[in-house]
Design a protein around this ligand. Structure first.
Ligand code: NAD
Length: 462
């Protein structure tokens, strides 16, 4: 993928007003692989105006035609899957196999699901003597993070397109090339000019201009809780709709009746995948005191097997942040059983897969999101204790429960304050609503629930 030195606005690649650039670096070897424009508020304004102009026609386009464009987009993403995987690997640093199996494949499933939903969703319903129409909210300002670069874009763009909204996307600074590739794919799929626009740029400049722009009707943001809080406040001040997908610190609760080895091994893999840069990762493993030492040993062995195969974290700042948390864990008295703060390689932003035992619920590493390959293992005395620990953070994005009996796991999961729970290693479902309780967010993405975020209702009485 050759970087564009332009922004994608109104169906064409156009030069930015200013000459500021963002450097794109491969985190595996620290080499600069390209530059993209850093858009200004003026560029954002052009993109929002293009989206507004395109809105009436796209909103009036029959759902079957919107569905056809999404199906065409899915086909382009399939045709370009290898290029997508290579691009994600180049700018995120994830191993190519992961990029192929997850970063390039999941977006195909999600776009496919919205091609189907656009055609089948009831955009009209009867309620007594009323007809309720579900209409597009309008122009969407989408702001995404770098951790699953294409998935995060698609989780907003696909439902927005299905709903009849138009979009201005501001992707993460670290992974703009994947976003440019997506813009090419949208163009190739025949989505009309102005319906999708891409402005690469800095969060506090282009991102903020997008959030503040009066021409934006809905701000859909995925990223950190700190930035989400600011965006929510600005959008709230302007009475704009807002959807926030934020941080997490999810619990992996292993009940005494569970298959311990399986629960621990899947739990470690869950945390180490994507070098721990997964918002829904189960970074707190909760084990009954009777089986605690056995679990710690299994976790340490499993983590050590990953060695340096997990790939780097995204940038030097993230590496330093994660190492800082590892040092904090040591300082607060947690027992290091795998990994540690030392760099496993000289080049690239690598962090060793790390496991801490003897972690208590109030420790910083048990409370704050680390966003790196660091697992904490906590001990509980009984089920109520486990529930208190599981629910004892400001977050509520995801989680896991393991038990010998599925019904036992389900009854525990129903008491967790969190948006989604995997039962005995349940598989990812691209149609299941994804989003957070508490400070993990506002709103839901994926499936029909995700589509609803981009719709507003109008009722006609007869
Ligand atoms: P971040 O909040 O730093 O940045 C996210 C996006 O916001 C980027 O595009 C950035 O440029 C932009 N941004 C930054 N400041 C802004 C501002 N003032 N105004 C407007 N936009 C601004 O997050 P990150 O480091 O890119 O991503 C990691 C975080 O994202 C983690 O906390 C993770 O948990 C969270 N995340 C959540 C989900 C979810 O679905 N809940 C998914 C993935 C990541």
């Amino acid at each position: 993928m050759k970087p564009h030195d332009r922004l994608y606005i109104d169906g064409a690649w156009r030069p930015a007003v200013g000459s500021d650039l963002i450097e794109v670096v491969n985190p595996a070897d620290e080499q600069v692989i390209g530059h993209v424009p850093a858009a200004s508020a003026e560029d954002v304004d052009s993109a929002v105006r293009a989206a507004r102009r395109a809105l009436p026609d796209w909103a009036a386009t029959p759902p079957a035609e919107r569905s056809a464009r999404l199906a065409a987009l899915r086909d382009v993403l399939v045709a370009r899957q290898e290029e997508i995987a290579e691009t994600v690997t180049a700018e995120l640093g994830s191993p190519l196999k992961l990029s192929q199996a997850v970063h390039a494949a999941v977006p195909v499933a999600v776009v496919g699901s919205y091609a189907e939903l656009a055609a089948t969703h009831p955009f009209e319903e009867k309620v007594g003597n009323s007809t309720v129409h579900l209409e597009p909210i309008g122009v969407v300002g989408a702001i995404t993070p770098w951790n699953y670069p294409l998935h995060q874009i698609v989780a907003k763009a696909a439902p927005a397109l299905a709903a009849g909204c138009t979009i201005v996307l501001k992707p993460a600074e670290d992974t703009p090339l994947t976003a440019q590739l997506f813009a090419e794919a949208v163009h190739e799929a025949g989505v009309p000019a102005g319906v999708f626009n891409l402005v690469t740029g800095l969060g506090p400049v282009a991102g903020q201009a997008l959030v503040e722009h009066p021409g934006v009707d809905l701000v859909s943001f995925t990223g950190s809780t700190a930035v989400g809080r600011r965006i929510g406040a600005v959008a709230g001040g302007a009475l704009k709709k807002v959807a926030l997908e934020l941080g997490g610190k999810s619990a992996n609760v292993i009940l005494p009746s569970a298959d311990l080895a399986r629960a621990v091994n899947v739990g470690v893999a869950n945390v180490m995948t994507n070098s721990g840069q997964t918002c829904s990762a189960w970074t707190r493993m909760l084990v009954h005191t009777d089986r605690y030492e056995e679990a710690v040993e299994l976790a340490a062995t499993a983590a050590a097997k990953y060695g340096d195969r997990i790939g780097p974290v995204v940038n030097a700042r993230q590496r330093d942040r994660v190492r800082g948390y590892i040092e904090k864990g040591l300082a607060e008295g947690a027992r290091l059983v795998a990994g540690g703060p030392e760099a496993p390689r000289e080049r690239g932003y690598h962090v060793s897969p790390t496991v801490f035992a003897d972690v208590t619920p109030e420790m910083t590493i048990a409370q704050e999101e680390i966003f790196g390959p660091v697992l904490t293992v906590l001990r509980y005395e009984d089920e109520e204790d486990a529930l208190r620990i599981a629910n004892g953070t400001v977050y509520g994005l995801a989680g896991a429960v393991w038990a010998g009996d599925e019904a036992e796991a389900v009854s525990f999961a129903r008491r967790m304050d969190t948006g989604q729970v995997d039962i005995n290693g349940g598989r990812f479902n691209p149609l299941a609503p994804f989003g957070g309780y508490k400070q993990s967010g506002v709103g839901r993405e994926l499936g029909a629930h995700g589509l609803t975020e981009y719709l507003q209702t109008k009722s006609l009485q007869f």
